[in-house]
Design a protein around this ligand. Sequence first.
Ligand SMILES: *Cc1c(COP(=O)(O)O)cnc(C)c1O
Length: 455
Amino acid sequence: MTDNTIKYQLDEEHIPKAWYNIQADMPTPTPPVLHPGTKQPIGPDDLSPLFPMSLIMQEVSTEREIEIPQPVREIYRMWRPTPLIRARALEKALGTPAKIFYKNEGVSPAGSHKPNTAIPQAFYNKEAGVKRLTTETGAGQWGASLALAGAMFGLDVTVYQVRVSFDQKPYRRALMETYGARCLPSPSDTTAFGRHVLATRPDHPGSLGIAISEAVEIAVQDPETKYALGSVLNHVMLHQTVIGQEAMEQLVMADAWPDVVIGCAGGGSNFAGISFPFIGKGLRGEAKKPRIIAVEPAACPTLTRGTYAYDFGDTGHLTPLVKMYTLGSNFTPPGFHSGGLRYHGMSALVSHLKELGEIEAVAYQQRACFDAAVTFARAEGIVPAPESTHAIKAAIEEALRCKREGKAETILFNLSGHGHFDMGAYIDYFSGRLVDASYDEGELAAALADLPAVG
Ligand SMILES: *Cc1c(COP(=O)(O)O)cnc(C)c1O
C-alpha cells in the first residue's frame, strides 16, 4: 500500500467464510412475525410452502456466524471480494478534507449486490429438491440475479416484473431471458390476484407489492415450486453481510475506520450488507460505532415518513405480518426511475435498528441524486444505478459538511450497482424530462389508515 492507493483488493481466500447475523447482537429482539389470519406468532412450518427449511432456520437464527457453504463460496469467487475504492478524484472535485471510500458491488455478473443472496437462495432450494423458483422484480436487478443463480444451479425461474419497469427497461428483461428465465409483466392474467387488479384498473403500472402476491400465489400451488425474495427478509440481510465484512478488512489495509457508513435503502439489503458488520462491532463494544445512514427516495420515503407497525409484505395480503416501517401495503408510489426503491415496506431488522436509534435515515428527490451521480461519474468513471445515486448524494452531502466544518472524517458508502441498463433514466435527465415525482399525501394517509389491526 502506498500513500495514494485507489483500489484495495483482497484475494479470493479472503471471501468471508461465514455470514454475520446481527440478530445475535440486537439490544432487544425483533418483534415476532405474525400469521395473517390468527395474528399469532408463526412457526417455521408456516413458511415451508414458500421457502426451504434451511433458509427458514436462517430467518429465525440468533447464531452470530452462519457458515457459507463451499459451493456458494465457489460461485462468489467469480466477482468477490469486490474492490474497495478510495474516491480520491471525487474528494478532489468536492475540495473536501474527508476520505471517501466506496465498495463497488456493480462488478458482479448481474451488475449489482443482488447475486450475493440469489446464489445462496438457489443453492439451498436446489439442495432441498426444488425444481422451480418464482419471484418479483422492479427494475429487473433482482430478476436478473435470480435468473443468473437459476442458471448456475439448474433451476427454472419465473419472474413477475412490475409493469412500468417491464415497459421501460427491456434490456434487463433480455438479460433474464439470456440466463434462461421467463419474465412476465405484473399485474398479469396468469394469477387470480393479477386478474383481480387488472379488472379494477386495466392500465395498472404495477408495484412490487402486487408482483410479490403473484409470485407467492404461483409458488404455494406447487410443492416443487418455491418463492425467492430479493430483499426485506432476515436471511437476505444476512447473505449481504459479505459486503461489510470485506470492507472492514479492506479499510484495515487503508489504516482507516469509518465515521459514517451510507447505503441506499429499498427493502434494506445492500444497506444492511455494508452496515450490519460495523453496527455489530459497535454493539459488542469492540470498536467505535460509526454514524449509519440509510438513504431513500423522497417519492417512496418508508423510513422517514412511514409508520412502524405490523403490515403485510404484499398488496394481495398473502404474506405474514411483519413489524416494520411501512407506507401501507396499498400504497402505490409514483413511477420514478429507481425501481428497486419503490417498495412500501422495509426490512424488519433495519426497521428495528431505526426504532432503537442505531441508524439514521434521509430522503432525497431523484433530480438531486442524478446531479450527484453525474458529479461522481465524471470524477470516478463509474455510471451508477439510479438506486445507488441516493447513496452517492448522501456521501457527497456528508463530504461537503466535512468541508464546512474542516473535518477529515472517513466516509464509506455502498455503490450497490452500475447503471448500464438504466441509461434511459440518464437520457431523461439530460433532456430535462426527469422530474421530481411526488406521492399523493391523501393516498399515503389512506394506505396508512388501512394498516391491519393487531392487538
Ligand atoms: C434492488 C437494488 C437496490 C435496493 O434494494 P435493497 O434491498 O434496499 O438493497 C439498491 N440498489 C440496486 C443497484 C438494486 O438493484
